[in-house]
Design a protein around this ligand. Structure first.
Ligand code: ATP
Ligand code: MG
Length: 329
């Protein structure tokens, strides 16, 4: 069975962007692939090192979010990054194979550095794509379902792997070259119309939101500002809500756009339709979430068992890699 590795930073609850960008594919592929879900608490440190409690709480938030969307703990391995020593070791080895300039020029690093207000980047933050390559390769993953912002990181990871195999493989492939799996909605915009729905941007509908919270957030979203009365014709191209219909109400998307353009549906009705669709999607998630919140010890056991398994696999990989690099006596 081929392997999937993907996951999330433990910086807070997951939202609809995570769902359409990656979680939906995780659920869809869990029977076909041996799936590993990383709770990335070390990568969370790269921006949140001053908030260790937030990262710690995030471990349960993110684990429960992944379980609530329908990942089956009997099929997938959910594990904690900080428990996998192979990831730390591989990060050091890979750091020799990547130039500082290639990290500095990475477009996602640039965008995020701006978002966090960094000018003098920490060594850890600049190097997180290297550590992410270790996350992906410690278990020799084939496929990585991720959102659009991750494409430069996967590309860098592939380069590191090729470099490693060329240098130390003696004609053999020691580490597999992973492939990104990009979804149909690779970047969901924020409720505020901002270019990305983000955990740290205050513009998200969370998977854990109640019916009322969803309704309220959808109601306050920006539509076509030129459309003042219901009788005015709208322009779905510049409407946040239309992007959401495309992602969460795909069958009716074309029809709704037409009705907007000829003023046969108003923004209030259009928003109500969307809220209903989102709440329909979230309903089964809410049920599973309630179960796991009641049985938090079970969640802890899932993470500990998964980490033990991942650690064993990681140790085997490190042995192979060290041998290839002649790091032995
Ligand atoms: P943070 O602000 O802490 O970085 P984040 O929202 O970027 O949080 P991550 O844990 O960094 O979340 O990302 C987890 C996965 O979700 C990645 O594959 C990322 O590409 C995907 N993702 C995050 N936000 C979106 C979005 N708005 N649209 C599509 N995919 C997304
Ligand atoms: Mg991120």
């Amino acid at each position: 069975m081929k392997r999937i590795l993907t996951g999330d930073r433990t910086t807070g609850k997951l939202h609809l962007g995570h769902y359409v960008g990656s979680l939906q594919n995780r659920v869809k592929l869990q029977d076909e692939y041996d799936t590993f879900i990383i709770l990335a608490d070390i990568q969370a440190l790269t921006t949140h090192f001053e908030q260790p409690e937030l990262i710690n709480k995030g471990i349960y938030d993110v684990a429960i979010d992944n379980l609530s969307v329908g990942l089956d703990p009997n099929k997938v391995t959910i594990f904690l990054q900080s428990k996998i020593s192979a990831i730390a070791e591989l990060t050091v080895f890979y750091s020799m194979l990547v130039s500082v300039n290639s990290l500095r020029h990475n477009p996602t690093i640039k965008t995020e550095a701006k978002q966090y207000g960094y000018d003098d980047l920490s060594y850890g933050f600049l190097g997180y794509p290297v550590s992410q390559t270790a996350d992906i390769t410690f278990c020799n993953a084939d496929l990585v379902p991720v959102g659009e912002d991750q494409i430069p990181h996967i590309e860098l990871g592939r380069k590191i792997v090729r470099r490693f195999n060329d240098l130390y493989g003696n004609g053999r492939v020691i580490i597999k070259e992973p492939q990104a799996l990009i979804s149909e909605t690779p970047r969901l915009i924020g409720m505020d119309g901002n270019s990305k729905m983000g955990k740290s941007l205050g513009n998200a509908i969370y998977l854990s939101d109640t019916v009322e919270e969803v309704n309220k957030k959808v109601k306050s979203a920006v539509t076509d500002k030129n459309r003042i009365s219901v009788k005015d014709k709208g322009n779905p191209e510049i409407c946040t809500i239309s992007k959401y219909h495309k992602a969460f109400n795909h069958e009716e998307y074309n029809n709704i756009c037409e009705m907007c353009k000829n003023a046969s549906i108003g923004c209030v009705a259009c928003k109500n339709d969307l809220s209903k669709k989102i709440n329909q999607l979230l309903e089964p998630f809410r049920e599973r979430r309630a179960y796991y919140e009641e049985n938090i010890k079970e969640v802890r056991d899932i993470i500990l068992t998964g980490s033990q398994k991942a650690n064993m696999i990681g140790n085997e990989t490190v042995d192979v890699i060290k041998k290839a690099m002649s790091i032995h006596i």
